[in-house]
Design a protein around this ligand. Sequence first.
Ligand code: UDX
Length: 446
Amino acid sequence: MAVIADRCPGIQVTVVDLNEQRIAAWNDADLSRLPVYEPGLDAVVGRSRGRNLHFSTEVDAAIAAADMVFLAVNTPTKTRGLGAGQASDLRWIEASARQVATAARGHTIVVEKSTLPVRTAETVTAILGAAQADGGGKTFSVLSNPEFLAEGTAITDLENPDRVLIGGEDAGAIEALAGVYGQWVPQERILRTNVWSSELSKLTANAFLAQRISSINAIAALCEATGANVREVARAIGTDSRIGPKFLQASPGFGGSCFQKDILNLVYLCRHYGLEEPAAYWEQVVKLNSWQQHRIARLAVRNLFGTVTGKRLAVLGFAFKADTNDTREAPAIRICRDLIEEGATLAIVDPKVEPEQIARDLGCSPGGAASLSGEGGWVPAASPEEAARGADAVLILTEWGVYRQLDWAAIAAVMRHPAWLFDARAVADAEAARAAGLNVWRVGEG
Ligand code: UDX
């Protein structure tokens, strides 16, 4: 919405939320304190806020005044009831559709922006249709406009998208939304489809991307076992133009709010339609991802003489990828939990993730010194050097740029030896770490 406001000065954009604290944070005079860390977002918000970009808790008034309403609410995986663990929880979508139905005036175009299971537009249309039938001159058109931005590169992805996808039945509504994007996106990149294709395309794009990561991570394990190098393999296959070079970085597994959730959604949909084999096929992408996370924790323990009880391990990076403070489904969560379970004390540092967030994700507050009693735990650290002090190993779990330039001589000097570097992102200078006397394991290389 900030990018739309920035690129379309003639459109008034109002972002509304019931959460007052969050809206207050978006209105904070200090742009470095916006609730989401995303490179370039502060500048975009700074340019339009107060001009044609507004943040407000006046939800009904904003709906009443709007020609177009974007539903961009959370759709997490259901934790209970029918479809628990796989289906999306649509309670917020339904609640916001009902609120739009009540508060709207005149003709309103409703745009599904949240990632949704296929045929959700039907639900939204049914709710809005009931309001339309009540009379009062309200009318609605529903569009699906899934978002393909990736975190960390959100602003450039939005400013220069590969494509914008608009699904709908009402040609007038489709052209109205295409007209908004058309102010900065070339027409040939604005794809128009039916609603169901649009909804399914988002799930499919994420499933294909995640599948590439699970594929390369499966090959990474084989490389480690055979002496091949996954980066050489990735380069060799990536030059095949049919395969292409992107999304072939071996890693501790994919994280983020989308991949796992969307694949599970796809699995649920397949099962719903009686398609057991396709369901099992996609489910395996997620299983392999969990396996990769557990594998990394296990191999760290194995190399540290089979026990980490009472040992301090430095964990560098907690976000699910670099350039974001988002930790949703971060591989670091499962890896850290496994190591704490094994009795390790982790010293965790991340350039953008707050210790309070880490505590929530790990389900335990920081505290406790490493001891042989068997109780694992974690403490926050202010820098990689501080995390490494007295540690038997350093684990790199997020590919932050600063981890490419670490001073391995200085780090090795404060560790307990024999000491290890487990680089699950293959970003550190392995030669320098070895020269400093560390044993080094790199993902996809061994
Ligand atoms: C993803 C999609 O890319 C985006 O189009 C969609 O709109 C939302 O979901 P995002 O989750 O923000 O975006 O990040 P992405 O860059 O796709 O990375 C997802 C995960 O895969 C991260 O944990 C990342 O570290 C990992 N990854 C990515 C790899 O492990 N290897 C790779 O080669 C690429």
